[in-house]
Write a new protein. Structure first.
Length: 292
């Protein structure tokens, strides 16, 4: 019975990774017809309405002022800065390219935990982190012809930093309240600001906006910003945080695979090679000791 429960957790974990991985391809669809600022505000509004309805339906008590402050800090990273950086980056950078850069997100999150959660990674961990970052930088420079790093790459790196800090802050909160409640309160807190921004940025017309852009908005609003957290948190509860968390290593490959049918991007061997190398450094880094 226990093994079946664990296998179900791993299955849900894989589904959660696929849902997360769809963020870059869906965002690229969205910015093809919508302003990135509007896309960011609208996705937060969609997620905020969904989260608020869930909280009202479940009659959850209002968190303490201290928790609300921590929720705001986590949401500032994951609900505001992370989606905004992605949206701007996807205007000029292919989704598969972003998938390779996102390969260092697990290591970046662990590094953020060392700063924000007072964890103490070993020297081996930092060596693996530097190696992973160097691979991503080499990939970026190679794709740019060893010229100046593009603005899209800088925004992708900004998204990695924002995501790492946001996931760390959210992780600290999940020790005090259920994961689904953390994301629900996070998006609900930002709902008023997101709704005002959505109204202010509302386009004069949607006449020339393709249906695929609306599909991308719907995905990042309902799935990327909200539902994916439900699935992945449930997976970790069933299969264990460590084992299910390892499945995030599949994300770069899933992003590259999704970019082909969703965005029409050709899968290049070099991209897969760099993705595999980055994932290898993450695997090595996760085996290194981290004191808490």
């Amino acid at each position: 019975m226990f093994r079946t429960h664990e296998k179900l957790g791993l299955l849900l974990g894989f589904i959660g990774v696929v849902m997360f991985a769809g963020t870059l391809p869906a965002t690229r669809l969205g910015v093809a017809g919508l302003d990135p600022l509007f896309l960011t505000a609208a996705r937060a509004t969609i997620a905020g309405i969904t989260g608020a309805l869930v909280l009202l339906f479940t009659r959850r008590a209002l968190p303490t002022p201290r928790k609300l402050t921590e929720l705001f800090a986590a949401g500032f990273c994951t609900i505001l800065m992370f989606p905004l950086f992605i949206a701007v980056a996807m205007m000029t950078v292919p989704a598969a390219h972003g998938g390779v850069v996102f390969g260092i997100l697990p290591l970046a999150t662990a590094a953020a935990a060392a700063i924000l959660a007072h964890e103490r990674p070993s020297a081996g961990f930092w060596i693996a982190s530097v190696a992973g970052a160097a691979l991503v930088l080499a990939f970026i420079l190679r794709r740019s012809g060893f010229e100046a790093v593009s603005a899209g790459d800088l925004f992708l790196l900004g998204a990695v930093a924002a995501g790492a800090c946001g996931y760390t802050l959210s992780g600290k909160l999940t020790a005090q309240m259920p994961g689904w409640e953390v994301i629900s309160w996070g998006v609900a807190i930002f709902l008023p600001l997101a709704a005002i921004a959505t109204y202010a940025l509302w386009p004069a017309t949607f006449a020339n906006t393709p249906a695929s852009a609306f599909a991308g908005l719907a995905y990042v609003g309902f799935v990327s910003q909200y539902l994916s957290f439900f699935v992945f948190n449930a997976a970790m509860a069933m299969g264990g945080v460590a084992r299910v968390g390892q499945m995030l290593l599949l994300q770069p490959f899933v992003i590259v695979a999704l970019a082909w049918p969703v965005n029409g991007e050709r899968i290049e061997f070099e991209t897969l090679l760099f993705a595999a190398a980055v994932v290898a450094t993450v695997l090595i880094g996760q085996r290194m000791r981290v004191k808490r």
